[in-house]
Ligand binder design. Structure first.
Ligand SMILES: Nc1ncnc2c1ncn2[C@@H]1O[C@H](COP(=O)(O)OP(=O)(O)O)[C@@H](O)[C@H]1O
Ligand SMILES: [Mg+2]
Length: 261
């Protein structure tokens, strides 16, 4: 199993849409076995796959329990080979508890839990909160790859250097195999000169950046309202087409060819 964290310190840059859509494409369209981890207390990824709840265990159990029963934490979705670990506001309490724990290491809890289902999935995709906290550090420790969605605006680069530093520190101290695959532009307005210039500027700044950008379309919002992945809501909309390209570029950049254990 290879694990990808989608992360940015900013909200509203399409972390959740990207994590859910890539997970859906890898599972439903490419036939991989995929585990989506919702690692944001807002639970938006859980909501998009219609699994948000306060009765089922989720990521908070992985943060606090010594040996969480993975079968009790993982849920099937409505899509064949796509499973999910959900999140809700319980994660706030769980993280406070983790921070006060002086007995056990606090940074490798997601990693240890995922190791126990390693053979069951080809990919794990982690949707993160716009933060650096114990949850996101756990995600980076558990990940092989990082991808950063960015939107073109005045503040597109805010927090990027802090995040890059966090990724570097995690690689150095805790997870030598962590690879920064790069940023990718989301919600790109075709025909908008400012977006075009902003993207060119970004490409010239030396950050690793994906060739593929994700175009803005008016199909994304209704898909979220209906709680279905974007490609299922609109197979041919620009965002669906672009996310397929992005997923292929992810597979290329990560050097993954064909299925693997
Ligand atoms: N390609 C797109 N086209 C149009 N709207 C988009 C697109 N991607 C994301 N959005 C919208 O942007 C908002 C933020 O997306 P979301 O994935 O929740 O961001 P984050 O998880 O980074 O906070 C949502 O309202 C979503 O509908
Ligand atoms: Mg989100």
């Amino acid at each position: 199993m290879k694990t990808l964290s989608i992360i940015n310190l900013k909200g509203g840059v399409a972390k959740t849409i990207s994590a859910v859509t890539m997970a859906y494409i890898l599972a439903e369209e490419k036939g991989y076995r995929v585990l989506l981890v919702d690692n944001d207390k807002q639970g938006n990824a859980s909501k998009m796959l219609d699994r948000h709840s306060y009765t089922h265990k989720g990521i908070e159990s992985i943060m606090i329990e010594r040996l969480p029963v993975m079968a009790a934490v993982i849920q099937h979705t409505d899509y064949g080979t796509l499973d999910i670990i959900t999140a809700n506001m319980e994660l706030i309490k769980a993280n406070l508890e983790v921070q006060l724990d002086q007995q056990r290491p606090t940074q490798n809890r997601i990693k240890k839990a995922l190791e126990r289902v390693n053979g069951n999935y080809d990919f794990c995709i982690i949707d993160n909160a716009p933060d650096i906290n114990i949850s996101t550090v756990n995600a980076l420790v558990a990940s092989d790859y990082v991808m950063i969605p960015v939107t073109i605006d005045d503040f597109a680069l805010d927090g990027l250097s802090e995040l890059a530093e966090q990724v570097d520190n995690t690689r150095e101290d805790l997870n030598p195999s962590l690879q920064m695959l790069g940023c990718f532009v989301t919600q790109f307005a075709t025909g908008n000169e400012a977006d075009k210039q902003g993207e060119e500027m970004l490409r010239g700044m030396g950050y690793p950046i994906f060739e593929t950008h994700i175009r803005r379309t008016d199909k994304v919002k209704p898909a979220t309202f209906q709680r279905v992945p974007v490609p299922l809501y609109s197979d041919r909309c620009a965002a669906s087409v672009d996310y397929r390209k992005l997923t292929d570029e992810f597979l290329e950049r990560s050097g993954i060819n064909g299925k693997e254990e």
